[in-house]
Every structure is written in C-alpha cells, then in structure tokens.
Design a protein around this ligand. Sequence first.
Ligand code: ADP
Ligand code: MG
Length: 574
Amino acid sequence: MPTETFEFQVEARQLLQLMIHSIYSNKDVFLRELVSNASDALDKLRIEALRDDTLGADVSDLHIEIEADKEARTLTVRDNGIGMSHDEVVQLIGTIANSGTAKFVRELKEAKDSATAEDLIGQFGVGFYASFMVADEVTLVTRRAGESKGTRWTSSGEGTYTIDTAPDAPQGTSVTLRLKPADAEDKLYDYTSPWKIKEIVKRYSDFITWPIRMVTAADSDTGADEEASEGQEAGPREPETLNSMKALWARPRDEVSDEEYHELYKHISHDWSDPLEIVRLQAEGTFEYQALLFIPFHAPHDLFMQGYKRGVQLYVKRVFIMDDCEELMPPYLRFVKGVVDAQDLSLNVSREILQQDRQIQLMHRRLAKKVLSTVKDMMTGSPERYATFWREFGRVLKEGLLSDFENRDAILAVSSFASTHDKEELTTLQAYVERMKEGQEHIYYLTGESRQAIENSPHMEAFRAKGIEVLLLTDPVDEVWVDAVPGFEGKQLRSIAKGEVDLGTEEEKKEAADEREKRQEEYAALLTWMSELLGEHVKEVRLSSRLTVSPACVVSDTHDVTPALEQMYRAMGQ
Ligand code: ADP
Ligand code: MG
C-alpha cells in the first residue's frame, strides 16, 4: 500500500498549532500522557485476551518501555498492548472525539493571557497531541492484537499526517518523538537524559500498574556509570524498572502525598488539573473493598451530553476490570472519578452480573452517601471549595432529588440557591428556614430563565412589599424537582406563580379574604367581561392580592406545568 496523506480534522489542527507553539509551560506532562495511553492499551489487551481466547496475543510480559537516544535526539515510548488498526489510527489520532473541542479551541484562541490559556488546557487535557510540545516530528507504529499487519503514522503536526503499512511491526504501539532542540530559555529540558526521564516517571506515573522500563542507547550518558557505556554500542543496557506499581488506594493515607493522589486522578480522568476533593473509603468485614474517589475541579464539557461516560474504574484484587463502571455510581454523581477495588468479586465479572449483584448495590449506596457526606463536610469546613463544587456540579446534583429518594434530604442539605435575601451569596434551605418571618409557613420560590427575569416578575411584588424571602431558581431541572420534593424540615415548597398564595398572619389572611370577597362582588361585572374576552386562553379571571404595582398578571394553577417547563418538554419533542 502506498503512502497515504491525510488532513487533520479542523479542531485537531487548531489544537496542534497551539501545542507546537507551546502555550503550556509544563512540558514534562507529554511523557505522562504517552505512558498513560500505553497503560490504558495494556489494560485493554488484558481484558480482551480474557474474553476472547482466539485473539492469539502474547500477554505474558505486558509492560511499557521508554527508550532514549541522545545521539539521534529521539525518545520512544513503547507498549505491547492492544495496538490500533489502520482505521483506528485515522479515527483516534487524526480527530478529537471530545464533543466540547470546538468550543474549547475557540475559548483557547480568545484567551487573553497565557495563564488563562494554560488553565483551559488543564481543564481539557490534550493527550497524545502533547507530544508536539517537545517534538517536531512524531512517528507512531502500531499493530492491533490479532491482526497481521501494522500501521505507521507520521506527522510534524502541521496540517497533515501520512500513513504507511508497517509489515513487521510488533504487537502494540510505539511512539517515537524527534525532539526539538533543547532550549534552556524555553524550559525545554533534555528529554533524552535518563535522570530526567526517571524523575518524570516517578513524579507522574509511579502508581501505573504495569512495569515502566527504561532502556538507554549504549552511548547515552547516564550520569553515573561511565564504564558500562564503553564497548556497548551494539545494544541497549539492562532495562531498569522505574515505577513502584503500588496501588495508592491500598496504602495508608499518611503514606501517600496529595501529589500522588492527584497524579492518579489525572491518569484516570484524562484531566490536567488537580481534583477539588479526594474521597477515601475502606470497607472491611464480609465484603471488603477500597474506594479512592475524586471530585474534579471543573465540570467536563460534555457532562450534560448524551453518551457521557459515567462511573468509576473497577478493580478486583488490584487487577483492572473495567472503566466507567456505571453500577457503582448513581447518574447524578456521574462527575465523580476514581477507583473501587473489591476483594471478593470474580475476575471474570461481567456487566450483567454487576447489575444484579447485591453487594454491588450496597457498595453503590455506601459510595453515594460517602460522596454526599464529603460535600457536606466541604460545606462546613471549606466554604470556598464548596462554592466551587456547587458552581460546577450543583445542576447535576439536583437531578438526584428526582431519582434518589433515600438521599433526598442529604442532597437538599448540601444544595444552595439564589435568593432575594442577598444579591450575590447563595443560601441553603436551612438558612432560609431560620430567616422565615413569623407566620410564614412555606418556603417560597419562583422559577425562571435568569435572576433578572425573575426579579422583574410581577409575582414578586407582594413578596417584596412584605419583605418575604423568595428563592430564585434558574436551572431547567429546578422546574421538575420542586414538584417532586415534598418539602424541607416540614416546610412545603411553594411557587409564588401558582394558585393562591396566602401571606401574613391568620388574622391578616382572614381580613384579606373578607376584603377580597367584598371586592369580588364589586368587580363581578368586570371579571365576567374579561373572562369572556379572553375566552379559551385562560381558565379563570380573579382578583388577587399578589400585586402592588402591576394591574394584572397571568398565573398557573397549582398543578399546571410552568411556562419554562412547557418549553423544556417542547424542546424534548413531547
Ligand atoms: P485519551 O487518552 O484521553 O483518549 P489521547 O489523545 O491520549 O486521548 O489518545 C487518543 C486515543 O488514541 C486513545 O483513546 C486510544 O484509543 C488511542 N491511543 C493512544 N495511544 C495509544 C496506545 N499506546 N495504544 C493504543 N491506543 C492508543
Ligand atoms: Mg490519553
């Protein structure tokens, strides 16, 4: 097959340009990304070989190899994992699947300074393309397990890449970087230096469960052993394993640094930023398991898109079993990342088994509770972190009010809402209840598109006049859960846009009712006339106590859907 030349997808091309021009200052992370991909590929091969005994792949010595050649200024990261077919290479390396990419690249180009750009890249992560921060040419040779022919991919990152057949490629993938000239000013280190490689692997990839071995070309300077390099031009040295391969979740808390936890998080989540919070759980007894979970700092771009992969990684006795194990995390906690390692499951456990397994259901419940109690602790112990959490994940957490009855109170307890009480600060329901006026029986709210829209609503007038606090709910999901949740601490949630709202003390209410009855008679003729005029467009025309300034307003019946919800249903095609 002749050499084929392909163009990168538009977003991929733009992202590569940014990588080549290196707006990310910590270039060392390119190696972390390559090692992370190699580790994923080994996991995948092991699982596939377990399921398919006709695969014919050698799984006896799965490992990652890093080879540096100082003379040629190349660095190769090699694995004997799953590999990629010709089509997979085109699809996986030539395009970026992440649905948020276009938006991300746009934001990145508009970023005002390098700190903002760096933060954005950190949130997104660029994986394989990070190679182009340090290399001016990248060659990937790969053969998928079970296939006979391999594929070679080469690119300088400038618009196009080429693909050839690689007839004798070994199974797995090797990625060779032709390094840019070392440049002290640009903080580009010499990535062929063994100590530098060791340091990077130790820092970022120590916990990787496969051995990461370093081989150096004979004439490389190891900095230590001068003699050994003589007379060895023909081949590499003895490989040296660089990582300890220790499972972080199995080690005592005080033996593991936050940095180590963070690097594991980055490997699992493909996020480049540190997590917001670490959640650890060690369950002992008849069903033993360890969980190491992370709440990210930023909501991923595709959190609300179809096909978002939720769930944590499942291990059984330190052996990786699957990614995105949905059975362990409820959908409203789909942003949680991490590892759960169970001692008593079979290594062959399948999704079907997991769905019915009672132990898994118990783990699911316990993990959900643990995450919620961690959020609660954040709320009291670290309000700023909690505020970040709520900004990023409040919208998705509230979905739990509709689906997880058992934890409804726990979710309500960690929820906060905009309110007329304060222009900026959010309030908890607890704080709202504590501020309730004498005689006020309900928690009042109004839903709408924005805070401003709600505040301008005529429904607000009476409440403003009486100084009664109203929650201002602007997320689409708010429309739905408010009807499903019976209340908070015995107080009902009441929309001020629906039905009759009775403000004030018993006495005042009675007075108002009498007054209204009198008025109703007075205005009977007018109301009948308006009803006839508006005809089918309204159910009823009545006098109201809710307005102080506006002459009239449209309200829904207590059980009607609100206009915003009607819109949401319509958008969903119902
Ligand atoms: P991510 O790892 O977040 O998916 P990357 O840019 O790092 O993104 O990699 C893109 C894809 O290319 C991976 O999802 C994987 O399917 C494939 N890939 C990358 N490196 C390897 C490798 N060493 N072996 C097999 N597949 C790989
Ligand atoms: Mg990757």
